[in-house]
Ligand binder design. Structure first.
Ligand code: NAD
Length: 494
């Protein structure tokens, strides 16, 4: 990746986008379109189909027909592997083009989007393609005159709903295992970041995925997302997004066919710095990246920094220095370390959180404002807010922006109390040289992942999921496949 190559792609015209249903591009039934605004400069980038419930139902019918006639669900795992490996290659070959398109849509800095979106999507399809022909069923421990077989069979039609922050990475975490397992999928991308996922549907078709197996319907969550979640013909719903939407999906499931819902929700992750951290300078640098990259629009962002009293003031000064040093700017410029906030609404919401924190008595050590307003886009200075108390709105609510809340703690017991004083339980960090303390903290912090002496690292081999109100499912790793299989048994009298 180099700047020249990015610049060649950055102004490419983006045609008006339709739904991808039954292997074809299809307009919304009433022809309605919705503007796509790029956060880079606030201009209209293109338009997407503003789907209706009828569009969604047509996609679900197509997925159901494809599943029932076995054109994909009954192919040999080795054949599914072949097609998905081909898809991975197509994505990788066009990774920069896809990444640039995605950045124009959602504003993530290109250095991150290239790896975390396009290249990661290719790796994810490869991972599950490679896994699927290595999965065996079981023979049960029945008496000798009976043969008990335990098959893992695809469930049927999977509905997938994903957010705008890493639509391609998260979308692939759903699509790849669902398709590898033999299901058909209807995907509802985020209305404000649909473009890269539409491209994946096109490439999947080119790779040989049969028509109807992957359908993408764009439009508002409250219209097409709701229709997907209320459908009597969708067997499983996999979701990443906010807790508010997750709650609605559980209600829709209860109102319809009791479809299983796997929810990956928000976080307010504590990052705990003990005075005996092995390298406090490194802890400050990595913790700053752990909240500020992608403008804090990362579900596992370490947004609550808990700092031991003895080192509190120096550490706050150091992390504030990092915040002030970040180069925020055009996300397609390789010199920008942080790109744009996703939308005007998100930016305004971030600023309101800062204002509320200050009115509750907290102090602003860095940032706190909108910047680069002359660009027409949406940019916010990395923001450090100190003196945040446990009942403050900034301690309890997910901002989903570049805003760090800092609270001092006394000792280990106090750190555990504060770390767990949240309805969320997605991620956490602990910095200490004391091995026993590290283990105690990992055991006591209620979170899906606890990082020790680092923050935010992960790869496909580890599952990602939350506890408490951060969700109930897991993406990534072989565990993620379980959502997409039913267990079916045969009891055979010999
Ligand atoms: P959101 O809940 O507003 O939207 C997510 C998706 O749900 C979008 O596609 C949207 O169109 C759809 N949707 C909205 N209303 C719906 C409805 N009534 N019925 C069906 N679908 C509906 O979330 P967002 O703002 O796009 O994403 C940010 C949130 O996602 C944050 O809370 C973040 O922490 C969370 N997130 C979690 C993870 C994780 O792995 N746990 C990863 C990334 C983001």
């Amino acid at each position: 990746m180099n700047q020249e190559a990015i610049d060649k792609l950055r102004d490419n015209a983006v045609p008006v986008q339709s739904h991808f249903i039954d292997g074809r591009w299809q307009e919304a039934e009433d022809g309605a379109l919705k503007d796509v605004i790029t956060p880079i400069d606030g201009q209209v980038l293109t338009q997407i189909a503003a789907g209706t419930p009828a569009d969604m139902n047509s996609a679900i019918a197509s997925a159901r027909a494809a599943f029932d006639d076995g054109r994909w669900s009954r192919t040999a795992p080795a054949e599914r592997k072949r097609v998905l490996l081909q898809l991975a290659d197509l994505i990788e070959n066009r990774a920069l083009e896809i990444a640039v398109l995605g950045v124009r849509d959602n504003g993530t800095e290109i250095s991150m989007a290239f790896k975390a979106e396009a290249m990661s999507a290719a790796s994810t399809f490869r991972f599950y393609a490679e896994a699927i022909d290595k999965k065996y069923g079981q023979i049960a421990t029945t008496p000798n005159d009976v043969l008990g077989l335990v098959h893992q069979v695809p469930i049927g039609v999977v509905g997938a709903i994903v957010p705008w922050n890493f639509p391609l990475m998260i979308g692939s975490w759903k699509l790849a295992p669902a398709l590898a397992a033999g299901n058909s999928v209807v995907l509802k991308p985020p209305e404000s970041a649909s473009l890269s996922l539409l491209k994946i549907a096109e490439l999947a078709s080119e790779a040989g995925l049969p028509d109807g197996v992957l359908n993408v319907v764009t439009g508002a969550g409250s219209i097409v997302g709701e229709a997907l979640a209320l459908s009597m013909d969708v067997d499983v719903l996999v979701f990443t997004g906010s807790g508010a939407t997750g709650r609605r999906l559980l209600q829709y499931s209860a109102q319809s066919n009791l479809k299983r819902c796997y929810l990956e929700l928000g976080g307010k992750s504590p990052n705990v710095i003990f005075a005996d951290a092995p390298d406090l300078a490194d802890a400050a640098k990595v913790s700053a990246a752990g909240i500020f990259r992608n403008s804090g629009q990362v579900c596992v962002a370490g947004s609550r920094l808990l700092v031991q009293e003895d080192i509190h003031d120096d550490f706050v000064a150091e992390i504030s220095r990092h915040a002030n040093r970040y180069r925020v700017g055009d996300p397609l410029d390789l010199n920008s370390q942080i790109g744009a906030v996703h939308s005007r609404d998100e930016l305004n919401a971030n600023l309101e959180f800062v204002e509320a924190a200050l009115s509750e008595g907290a102090q602003c050590h860095a940032g706190g404002t909108e910047i680069l307003t002359q660009s027409g886009g949406f940019y916010m200075a990395p923001t450090v807010i100190g003196g945040v108390k446990v009942d403050d709105s900034l301690f309890q609510n997910e901002v989903f922006g570049p805003v760090l809340a800092i609270t001092a703690f006394k000792d280990e017991e106090d750190a555990v109390r504060l770390a767990n004083a949240s309805d969320f339980g997605l991620a956490a960090g602990v910095w200490t040289s004391n091995l026993s303390r590290a283990h105690r903290m990992v055991a006591q912090i209620r979170a899906g992942v606890v990082h020790v002496n680092t923050y935010g690292g992960a790869d496909l081999s580890v599952p990602l999921g939350g506890v408490k109100q951060s969700g109930n499912g897991h993406d990534k790793s072989l565990h993620a496949m379980d959502k997409f299989f039913d267990l079916k048994t045969a009891w055979i009298k010999l």
